[in-house]
Design a protein around this ligand. Structure first.
Ligand code: THU
Length: 150
């Protein structure tokens, strides 16, 4: 799919940030560095931010955390909850699609977030998170909590 709400420049910047992010991946077990970069929606001053994340593994293998969840966790803990897009790239594989856990984690913040992947030839793939995970469990399934979750 290639319909995008982003400018060419935004896509370029987001992909570049995701490539920067995997330089910091901590991957002694898989040796598979992944980078993610999330673009916030404009704030009251019209400013957007790009927040990066890399995958971080652990000697207790099951504790590894993907780049996508690190980026979202960083962003939310800095006060951001509205996101326009996320780019994901891996050092050794293109495109590098998100795992199911990360699809759910991203989907929490809206169905419209645009997910950007890169093909080996540099061409770009765009998907809405809601299309990647069409039957998600969301706050709408928990109506008594929906308002609180914001
Ligand atoms: N990984 C990510 O960080 N994101 C993905 O989209 C796929 C997988 C990480 C988890 C683990 O550190 C390594 O890649 C190999 O699975």
């Amino acid at each position: 799919m290639s319909i995008s709400n982003l400018s060419h420049e935004q896509v370029k910047q987001l992909l570049a940030a995701s490539h920067e992010a995997y330089q910091y991946s901590y991957v002694p077990y898989s040796r598979f560095p992944v980078g993610a970069a999330i673009l916030t929606e404009p704030d009251a001053q019209g400013q957007r931010q790009i927040i990066k994340g890399c995958n971080i593994e652990n000697a207790s293998f099951g504790l590894a955390i993907c780049a996508e969840r690190v980026a979202i966790t960083k962003a939310v803990s800095e006060g951001h909850r509205k996101f326009s897009a996320m780019a994901i790239t891996a050092k050794h594989t293109a495109p590098c699609f998100c795992c199911g856990t990360c699809l759910q984690f991203i989907r929490e913040f809206g169905a419209e977030i645009e997910i950007v992947f890169e093909n080996p030839d540099g061409s770009v793939l765009h998907y809405k998170i809601g299309d990647m995970l069409p039957y998600a469990f969301t706050k709408d399934d928990l109506p008594e909590f929906a308002e609180e979750a914001g």
